[in-house]
Design a protein around this ligand. Structure first.
Ligand code: 5GP
Ligand code: MG
Ligand code: MG
Length: 179
């Protein structure tokens, strides 16, 4: 285990098993369709890579980068688009792949934008859901794990851009935040 991690919250094996289940469910639900699967960078990139391998329908992928937190662990409520989509979402069945929904502000902002661009349908799959601090009226259509209000890192999720490469989800030792 990484020296900065206080405890592992979800193991690599548990994550992989749940990702496989979500992939199977999405395979059934998108049967006969050709979704545009959108990865919200950076946090969702590992989930995206593992999930799309388990969705067995034809699809296209695109990537969008947004920033809502800066380097801190608190949402600023201000969402910036750092990288927009390359392709049009008009008349497409869009599946947004998110790492985690906390306040929901980031996602509700994104969904608003994509609705304005006339997507045929918009669904959200998030690996982690933290409903405790939800302020936007926002529910994911598919979720991997519902978690308590605790700041987690690993499997794509960072603290000040570190720890994304951990294959599990963990909580940092408190002294790391006061650096
Ligand atoms: P929201 O707008 O829903 O409050 O936050 C969404 C984004 O905040 C996530 O995509 C993620 O980048 C970041 N975030 C929220 N909770 C956590 C957490 O527990 N750990 C990490 N590393 N990032 C989080
Ligand atoms: Mg995210
Ligand atoms: Mg972050």
């Amino acid at each position: 285990m990484h020296n900065d991690i206080e405890k592992v919250v979800i193991s690599e094996e548990e994550i992989q098993a749940r990702v496989n289940e979500l992939g199977a469910q999405l395979t059934r639900d998108y049967e006969g369709k050709k979704p545009l699967v959108i990865c919200v960078l950076k946090g969702a990139f590992i989930f995206m890579a593992d999930l799309v391998k388990r969705i067995e329908v034809p699809m296209e992928m695109d990537f969008m980068a947004v920033s809502s937190y800066g380097a801190s662990t608190e949402s600023s409520g201000v969402v910036r688009i750092l990288k927009d989509l390359d392709v049009s979402v008009e008349d497409r069945d869009v599946l947004i792949v998110e790492d985690i929904i906390d306040t929901g502000l980031t996602l509700s902002y994104l969904i608003n934008i994509l609705e304005g661009r006339k997507a045929a349908s918009i669904k959200v799959v998030t690996l982690f859901d933290k409903p405790a601090r939800r302020s936007a009226n926002m529910e994911a259509d598919y979720k991997g794990f519902v978690l308590p209000d605790e700041f987690i890192v690993g499997y794509g999720l960072d603290y000040a851009e570190e720890y994304r490469n951990l294959p599990y989800i963990g909580v940092l030792k408190p002294h790391i935040y006061s650096k």
